[in-house]
Design a protein around this ligand. Structure first.
Ligand code: ATP
Length: 516
């Protein structure tokens, strides 16, 4: 029960908490940071590693027919012509002539829509106060004239924007901004340049070549590293369709709108799996992976109500089905993962650009074909934000005090177990150290003897440590310790000899994998 009245407060709290407790820092902060680039601190790096590990195991370890690879960030530049990124990986941008600030034109319109949505929320909360217990939000939304009017307006603006984006009609997007009288949030003026296309790929030069021929790109997605290795993995792994190739790794996009913390970054990490299937069977596999990926999300204990699936009605020209798994972020429901049925578009494009056959030979039917692809693509950083959003809880305790606790699924927690001598004397720290030395070969634990025991429990609650083992005077006599559970704060005594097994059992990744 997160006690955050307003969602904006939640994002602010998450950013502050992430910084204070070593999860996420602005990049090169001592130089005042770099826009939309972040560093993971000691706890964030561990959390991220465990989420990545859970994904990797769920894909590669749990599926005999999925192979994991690690392709390079730099790829032959022709790759990005084949994939369509050189020509079409663009966002529409617009500059304000007075503030010199640059915006994504579609986001300016989306923000305008958001303001209307806030007005609807205000109407609802006013009515809720007025009608009290008997208030029915659904009925109010369907019948209140003002709310209906706002809703209609939102629908019209969305439709105009969607059509303009689909036709890449930049003047129309500019006209929409003018018609809505959208002003620059910085200068307050409506003095805009025309809307232009902006390619999101970062480029750089390879080796000593300085002309255009030497231009290479930092990959904007990991997927192409999989497509270009299709033959390699198929042949060396002796794979049979259907089979998958999975990888995790950095991707780079020169995002124009750089905000919302680690939701939209210029350097981020993706976890992608391309599943190669026989043409004609792709819808079956698309359904399978959609269900499978939702199971993965639900396995970590975030309630299903925090997720929603948005099926795409209008599809990219090469796709025959697509959906987003959206998460209820502090900014509202937004894309966390995409699942796409991409037909044979990518492999065929690479065939065209390389002149090589990228086909599968089916020995049962003696025929060769270019497989169809169903992909699952999730942003690791967005998943970290989803976990933090769900986990950060401000709790009132019985004694009236408050505690901040991160309710992270134990297998994902940065530290699995805190080893805490009750007092920093009487031989307790030595006993604790001894225990720590035995435990640390099994799991990630931290020894902490400074400050009162209450403060130390709070520190570990705040980074999500699921268990604390406390060494007290009785431990010296009978080799037992108390084990405290983070969420319930319940304590019980266990033998020191059993502690390693108890903690590793309770925090094992197996607990999550068994739910898939
Ligand atoms: P958006 O519409 O939010 O820009 P997208 O549709 O361009 O996302 P995809 O190209 O489908 O995203 O990438 C797959 C996944 O990679 C996304 O679902 C998201 O989790 C992640 N991702 C994409 N761009 C970013 C980014 N700039 N920062 C962090 N994660 C990202």
């Amino acid at each position: 029960m997160p006690a955050h009245a307003k969602k904006e407060d939640l994002l602010r709290d998450i950013i502050a908490h992430a910084k204070e407790y070593g999860f996420v820092f602005p990049s090169s902060e001592i130089y005042d940071g770099l826009g939309a680039v972040y560093d993971y601190g000691q706890n964030g790096a561990a959390l991220k590693m465990h989420i990545r590990d859970f994904w990797w195991r769920a894909m590669v370890q749990m599926n005999e027919n999925i192979a994991g690879i690690d392709a390079a960030i730099f790829m032959h530049p022709e790759t990005w012509k084949a994939s369509g990124h050189v020509d079409a990986f663009n966002d529409p941008l617009v500059d304000n002539k007075d503030s010199k600030k640059r915006y994504r034109a579609d986001v300016l319109v989306e923000d305008y829509i958001q303001k209307i949505e806030t007005k609807i929320e205000k109407e609802i909360s006013k009515a809720r106060k007025r009608f009290g217990e008997s208030f029915d939000e659904a009925v109010f939304r369907e019948t209140n004239n003002r709310v209906l009017e706002y809703g209609k307006r939102i629908g019209e603006i969305r439709e105009r924007l969607k059509e303009a984006l689909e036709r890449s009609d930049l003047p129309e997007i500019g006209k929409l901004i003018a018609d809505l009288e959208i002003a620059c949030p910085v200068s307050g003026s409506r003095n805009w340049t025309e809307v232009r296309q902006f390619n999101l790929m970062f480029d750089t030069k390879l080796g000593s070549v300085s002309d255009d021929a030497g231009t290479i790109y930092l990959r904007p997605e990991t997927a192409q590293g999989i497509f270009v290795n299709f033959l390699n993995v198929y042949k060396t792994g002796r794979m049979k369709v259907p089979f998958g190739i999975a990888q995790t790794g950095k991707a780079f996009r020169n995002e124009i709108v750089a905000r919302q913390f680690i939701f939209r970054m210029r350097e981020f990490e993706q976890m992608e799996m391309q599943y190669f299937v026989k043409p004609g069977t792709e819808m079956e596999w698309y359904g399978y992976w959609k269900a499978q990926r939702l199971k993965w999300h639900h396995a970590i204990g975030i309630p299903e109500s925090s997720y929603r699936v948005h099926d795409h009605i209008k599809l990219a020209h090469y796709a025959n089905a697509a959906c987003d798994i959206e998460f209820d972020f502090p900014m509202g429901f937004k894309e966390l993962e995409g699942i796409h049925s991409r037909t044979d578009f990518d492999l065929k494009q690479h065939e065209k650009h390389t002149g090589k056959k990228l086909q599968y030979f089916d020995s049962d039917t003696n025929e060769s074909y270019v497989p169809y692809v169903v992909e699952t693509s999730i942003g690791l950083d967005r998943m970290v934000l989803a976990v933090l959003t769900h986990a950060l809880t401000r709790e009132k305790l019985e004694d009236g005090s408050e505690r901040l606790v991160l309710r992270i699924a134990p297998p994902l927690a940065p530290v699995k177990c805190a080893v805490l001598p009750l007092v920093n004397k009487d031989g307790l720290p030595e006993k604790g150290r001894e225990m720590m030395d035995r435990l640390k070969v099994d799991t990630e634990c931290q020894f902490d003897a400074k400050d009162s025991i209450g403060k130390r429990y709070r520190r570990h609650d705040a980074i999500g440590t699921p268990y604390a083992l406390t060494v007290d005077h009785q431990s010296l006599e009978d080799d037992t310790v108390t084990i405290r559970e983070r969420d319930s704060m319940q304590q019980e005594r266990i033998a020191i000899g059993e502690a390693g097994k108890v903690i590793t059992d309770k925090t094992s990744m197996r607990n999550l994998l068994e739910r898939l």
